[in-house]
Design a protein around this ligand. Structure first.
Ligand code: ATP
Length: 300
């Protein structure tokens, strides 16, 4: 196994938000890490990449223990984290972003590495002198992935790459991810586009409230329509579910709420007997809440 995560606990200010996570990734394997908002997906990635310390547990990468190492050392070993929000500097140009990434790697084939990254994302070649802040969201995501590739990672952990992007662009990015896998780069994908993530990943984990509740083949999870549908906050909202077609991209309704607020809304929705999405619609004044049938309770 390329990555072996055993029983990790991690969190913030002494309070764990993930408890005893076990996770494995093989060479060239694409694995999806799924779960609702606030389940602890980003925290898991941060703990693996050394951005936050472990409270307990062990992580081995490429046969060696990496828990306790600084994030830069972990990245140098080939485990790269492309964070949610992409982690780019808005005032740098595209070219400088890639050159800086190559300089940080310090290899003597920098030019070749940059050329390879641009070959994977040709649109970046046309944007060489453009500042990052003026790129579209999709171009920024391509740049974040291209920058990651410059280090020639063995494992790329990509957090919410599709967030805010148009479905056609998302489809294109998923094709690139599949290509990474074919080239032997392993990928751990945290995604809101659950159907597409399960389409490219061989295996998947589901995280709920800081614990793994599913670990197994993606194909099996993809057949669980209730799971795939329920992963989108507000997708059904008490209405008839939209049919799922594998060849059809549905754009998820992404409502980014702080988890504490989400929990408060869920508690209130339970008390009032309405679906959370309907309650939000009521709060923002777009809809009248409908009575929620008990069977429609949203999974968490
Ligand atoms: P999302 O899909 O919303 O990004 P997630 O599954 O990635 O969710 P995390 O971002 O890992 O979830 O958050 C898990 C919990 O940890 C949440 O309750 C969140 O409020 C908390 N948390 C996340 N980052 C921090 C932080 N920097 N400081 C304190 N608490 C945090």
């Amino acid at each position: 196994m390329l990555l072996e995560v055993r029983g990790i606990r991690a969190g913030y200010e002494g309070i764990p938000v993930v408890f005893g996570i076990d996770l494995e990734i093989g060479d060239g394997e694409i694995v999806a890490l799924l779960g609702s908002n606030g389940a602890g997906k980003t925290t898991t990635l941060r703990a693996i990449s050394g951005m936050i310390p472990l409270m307990s547990g062990e992580i081995a990468f490429d046969g060696e223990r990496i828990d306790g190492l600084a994030a830069e050392k972990i990245a140098q070993r080939g485990l790269l984290h492309v964070p949610e929000g992409r982690g780019l500097f808005p005032t740098l140009t595209v070219g400088d972003t890639l050159r800086l990434a190559a300089a940080m790697v310090g290899a003597d084939d920098s030019a070749q590495r940059i050329a390879d990254a641009i070959e994977t994302f040709p649109r970046l070649a046309e944007r060489d002198t453009q500042t990052v802040g003026t790129l579209s969201g999709g171009e920024q995501q391509m740049l974040a992935l291209a920058r990651g590739l410059i280090a020639r990672p063995k494992l790329l952990m990509v957090d919410e790459m599709s967030q805010g992007l148009a479905p056609a662009l998302v489809a294109d990015l998923f094709e690139r991810i599949e290509e990474f896998g074919r080239r032997g780069v392993s990928v751990l994908l945290v995604e809101q586009f659950v159907g597409q993530a399960l389409g490219v990943a061989q295996r998947a984990y589901v995280l709920e409230k800081g614990e793994i509740t599913y670990s197994g083949p993606s194909a099996k999870l993809a057949k669980d329509e209730a799971f795939v549908r329920g992963s989108y906050l507000g997708e059904t909202n008490g209405k008839a579910p939209r049919p799922i077609r594998e060849d059809h991209f549905t754009e998820p309704v992404t409502v980014s709420l702080p988890p504490a607020l989400l929990r408060t809304l869920e508690e209130r929705a339970d008390r009032e007997g309405v679906a959370v999405g309907d309650l939000i619609a009521k709060v923002i004044g777009t809809d009248e809440p409908k009575r929620k049938a008990p069977a429609r309770r949203r999974r968490r």
